[in-house]
Design a protein around this ligand. Structure first.
Ligand SMILES: Cc1cc2nc3c(=O)[nH]c(=O)nc-3n(C[C@H](O)[C@H](O)[C@H](O)COP(=O)(O)OP(=O)(O)OC[C@H]3O[C@@H](n4cnc5c(N)ncnc54)[C@H](O)[C@@H]3O)c2cc1C
Length: 547
């Protein structure tokens, strides 16, 4: 595709969901915006895919944290997003053959918790209170420029606050849970939730921060007393009908309705600069487009180390820090076409079998299981017993698979980007897929009888097809090393870069990855503040000087 013009107010490199969100807010403020996306569909990892003829899905499974403010502003419902709300929302198969279920009704979940861990229920609620209190004390909104770690630490006023800070930022989730709980099942469940911080293990310093995400999000907006984000052990608030692709499609439509132009199947090869400022981009077609502002939805490493036509604009110290930022992706995707309903081992009736098939599953039945899965990854081996997050959306939404068939979409950890030996070729992928299916069979009894087709994506595929650096699913881990003012690295956390007029708007900046839209929203807000009244030259990047 070719852009219709050679000059825009803003060009956005990459049409992931964050690029679409940023484009919407800029266009809503009257800017002429071009989004350049290398793939045939906008939406990045949320873009619709046809895995097999008639089976529709996406790389992502659920919008567990899509920001309600953005959903409303973009009128995504008007543009076709509706939700199915299975109940329970999540099933967590246990090591003893039973399973824990996260229900929409808090009381029902509490009853399940009492069966699972009768001595730990009060401690469980104390843990929720701990994270909600701690988020309040940090006083950080996900919509504000993130404070530095030093500023966060300074907000701690009492020895208790300081101890909490040290425990969350420097301690690990295994010790945190050992201090508070006795049930191995409940520890496994909460440890698995905190692994949302990235490619981490229960013993990783800072891993408790994974449980801080919902409390921080709650803190940042208007939350009702029964806001689902208060409910830690439940899954997504809903499954978009037609799959996550419907969110990407609605975002694209919302942006286009505001006049955004989206140029598909076109790569940005270079970000062009003149003096100290960005002036536009060169496309794979060879065309050059000029713009007052360039925003990048790509990993900050790609943006500043690979795409800039003048690398000398990045001060040495910053370039070194960015260069050494660890990515080391570990996510793998297994998609299965099924000719029957997957039956959970723990189901005690047909009704329950259907309920469990309809909701998300998380499989990592003990804390040790998670640690061992990560150990394999650490040493360059695909996990022998991987952590699994799966969903069969066709159970509640038959439109995503042919009649009588099902689509199971499994997010798998860990598949190290860099293997100790060999490469991510068809044989390695097939071998790891077989390991995943053996693991699924531990809790879905009939899985091997109902598979009719399968497709896999390795971290190397994610890098090649979506531009994810080393296949990292979040554009970088979200431990304290890579959160708040450290995301992606000090001096780059506030959306500006050392190149005037060049901004970061993807998951590599605060508040980080998953499908929230917030980095895109925050970056657009920053651009609008910096450029209102054509004051673009007033943009002063908060980057220390060279060296
Ligand atoms: C296997 C897997 C499963 C996941 N599951 C979930 C889930 O269920 N729920 C959830 O919330 N999150 C999930 N995530 C994480 C989530 O997908 C990401 O954090 C999020 O989609 C990142 O959004 P983004 O807009 O910042 O970037 P991206 O989605 O990475 O978009 C970047 C875009 O830039 C394009 N691009 C790259 N280079 C160029 C170039 N040179 N020129 C033009 N375009 C370019 C890419 O094609 C892409 O469209 C998952 C990730 C993976 C890998």
């Amino acid at each position: 595709m070719k852009p219709r013009s050679t000059h825009y107010d803003a060009v956005i490199v990459g049409g992931g969901h964050n690029g679409l969100v940023a484009s919407f807010y800029l266009a809503a403020a009257g800017r002429r915006v071009l989004v350049v996306e290398q793939r045939a569909q906008a939406g990045g990892l949320c873009a619709p895919l046809e895995f097999f003829p008639g089976y529709r899905g996406t790389i992502t499974n659920t919008p567990s944290a899509l920001e309600p403010r953005i959903f409303g502003d973009m009128q995504l419902e008007h543009f076709g997003v509706t939700f199915d709300r299975p109940d329970p929302t999540m099933v967590f198969p246990l090591a003893d053959g039973r399973s824990f279920k996260g229900w929409r009704d808090r009381k029902r979940t509490e009853a399940d918790l009492r069966l699972l861990a009768p001595n730990d229920v009060e401690s469980y609620f104390a843990i929720i209170d701990f994270f909600n209190d701690f988020a309040r004390k940090l006083g950080v909104s996900v919509f504000d420029d993130p404070p530095s770690l030093a500023e966060l630490a300074a907000a701690m006023r009492t020895p208790d606050d300081e101890a909490a800070f040290a425990e969350v930022f420097f301690g690990n989730i295994q010790d945190f849970l050992d201090r508070r709980l006795s049930s191995p099942h409940l520890k496994a469940l909460l440890a698995s939730l905190s692994m949302s911080a990235g490619n981490v293990a229960p013993s990783t310093p800072g891993s408790p921060i994974g449980l801080l995400r919902r409390p921080l999000s709650l803190m940042s907006g208007h939350a009702t007393a029964d806001d689902p984000r208060r409910h830690m052990v439940r899954g997504s608030t809903g499954l978009p009908r037609g799959g996550m692709g419907s969110i990407a499609e609605a975002m694209r439509a919302a942006a286009e309705a505001r006049g955004v132009e989206i140029c598909l199947e076109t790569r940005v090869e270079r970000i062009v600069t003149a003096g100290e400022r960005a002036t536009g981009v060169v496309l794979s077609s060879g065309d050059e487009v000029t713009a007052q502002t360039v925003l990048s939805n790509l990993n900050p490493k790609t943006t500043l180390l690979n795409l800039l036509d003048n690398p000398a604009l990045v001060p040495d110290g910053l370039a070194e820090r960015l260069g050494s930022l660890k990515m080391a992706g570990g996510a793998f995707k297994l998609v299965l076409a099924l000719d029957g309903l997957p039956i959970h081992r723990s189901a005690t009736s047909d009704t329950e079998a259907r309920q469990l098939a309809a909701c998300q599953y998380r499989y990592s039945p003990t804390v040790e299981y998670l640690e061992e899965a990560h150990d394999d990854y650490k040493y360059g081996h695909p996990s022998r017993r991987p952590k699994l997050l799966g969903l069969t959306p066709s159970v509640v939404d038959p439109s995503v698979a042919p009649p009588g068939r099902h689509l199971m979409s499994v997010n798998v950890w860990y598949a190290p980007y860099r293997l100790a030996s060999g490469a991510w070729d068809a044989e390695t992928k097939a071998k790891f897929a077989a390991t995943c299916i053996d693991t699924i069979e531990e809790f879905i009894v009939n899985i091997k009888d109902i598979i009719v087709d399968q497709v896999t994506f390795s971290p190397v595929d994610f890098e090649r097809e979506y531009g994810l650096v080393e296949g990292h699913q979040l554009h970088g881990d979200m431990t304290p090393l890579g959160m708040f003012g450290n995301r992606p690295t000090p001096g780059l956390a506030r959306y500006r870069t050392p190149v005037r007029g060049l901004y970061l708007c993807g998951s590599g900046v605060w508040p980080g990855g998953t499908v929230t839209g917030i980095p895109g929203y925050n970056a657009a807000t920053r651009v609008l503040r910096d450029t209102s009244g054509a004051q673009d030259d007033a943009s002063t990047p908060d980057v220390p000087s060279a060296g």
